[in-house]
Ligand binder design. Structure first.
Ligand SMILES: C[S@@+](CC[C@H](N)C(=O)[O-])C[C@H]1O[C@@H](n2cnc3c(N)ncnc32)[C@H](O)[C@@H]1O
Length: 224
């Protein structure tokens, strides 16, 4: 388990020093944003056109940074996007960064995922490049809370780096953990979530972690 290596204070101090830019939120990899969004768009559209698809109603962007995913992926496809982001400078940048689609932004929650309490149901809950900041225990609790905040056909998305070593790898700089695939699967099971789709992001540069997208729904949801 990775709990002992994660320090929430250290992570928030790290992000407080990072500029509110694409390169800032992507750790110097701003140039992969378009490829990332293309992969996410294909994945999300396949879910939205599937049997039992969620409605394109409310989406939640979790650990949103400056609103990159809201701007390029969620706001164009959903009626409303709520946002969670704990860093003050990032949250204050979102409205201007999102630009013309800012009218789609609903609630801006300045809080961390481990403290978030949903006030409504969501058709899509998007978690990307943020779950490594949570301990395993908090992650299971958070995902369970998201599971309960899904609308009747809602889908929870996780898009995260995954280790190739089969072991968790700690980054002391930003106090995060990169988990192996099997650890994610164990965590999803503990959160009573089942995978309905999984895909590896393609066309990323060599030398970075493999990135996986998972679409998850409550384990006990009946097909209609
Ligand atoms: C690598 S950036 C990714 C931003 C965005 N998801 C994207 O893909 O453009 C990580 C973000 O997670 C936020 N973050 C870090 N720890 C968090 C926590 N415990 N709860 C919520 N957000 C957190 C940071 O402030 C930062 O905005």
């Amino acid at each position: 388990m990775s709990e002992k290596n994660i320090c929430y204070k250290k992570a928030s101090e790290y992000w407080a020093e990072i500029p509110a830019t694409l390169d800032g939120v992507l750790g110097g990899f701003g140039f992969i944003s378009d490829i990332d969004i293309d992969g996410s768009t294909l994945f999300l559209k396949s879910i939205l056109s599937s049997e039992d698809a969620p409605r394109p109603g409310s989406a939640l962007d979790c650990g949103a940074g400056i609103g990159r995913i809201t701007k390029h992926l969620l706001a164009p496809l959903f009626e409303r996007v709520d946002i969670i982001e704990p860093d003050e400078k990032f949250i204050n940048t979102i409205i201007s960064f999102v630009g013309e689609n800012k009218i789609k932004i609903g609630s801006l929650y300045k809080t961390s995922l481990q403290k978030f309490e949903p006030e409504r149901k969501y058709d899509i809950i998007w978690n990307q490049w943020v779950l490594g900041y949570l301990t395993d225990i908090d992650l299971v609790a958070y995902l369970s809370c998201c599971r309960d905040a899904l609308s009747s056909k809602g889908v929870l998305i996780v898009k995260e780096n995954v280790t190739s070593s089969g072991k968790p790898e700690i980054d002391e700089t930003d106090s995060s953990v990169t988990r192996p695939l099997k650890q994610f699967l164990k965590i999803f099971k503990l959160a009573k979530l089942k995978r309905i789709k999984q895909c590896k992001q393609t066309n990323f540069p060599a030398g970075i972690y493999p990135v996986y997208m998972f679409a998850l729904i409550p384990i006990d949801r009946e097909a209609s």
